[in-house]
Design a protein around this ligand. Sequence first.
Ligand code: THU
Length: 126
Amino acid sequence: MEEKLLQAALAAREKAYAPYSHFQVGAAVLVGDGKLYTGCNVENASYGLTCCAERNAIFNAVGAGNHQLEALCVVGDTAEPISPCGACRQVMAEFKIPVIYLANVQGRVKKLTLAELLPYSFTLEE
Ligand code: THU
């Protein structure tokens, strides 16, 4: 499943809209019934409105009616596996995604838990 997620994230990355940073990112989310939802970064002339690939993938999955998200893979052209921004980590925490694969386009993958990525997070229970 790790390979399927990575391939889906790589394919999503090709769709990135990044005319300002020229930094393309793709993400894929695996949901309970085995389906995959993807997203890419979408930038804006008003830079702050940019939305990262991870959040777009999560919102696609949730918008299709899924609340149980099993795993997420994010990929970028970085020397080491890409590191998600804080906002995306907080959105991953909202849906308690247990397994997160960080990858680069060379296929280097780092597997982390949500607690490793965002310890002591603010959640629904609070
Ligand atoms: N970006 C992502 O989509 N995900 C990340 O994990 C890091 C950053 C995007 C946002 C922006 O479009 C570009 O990469 C440069 O920051």
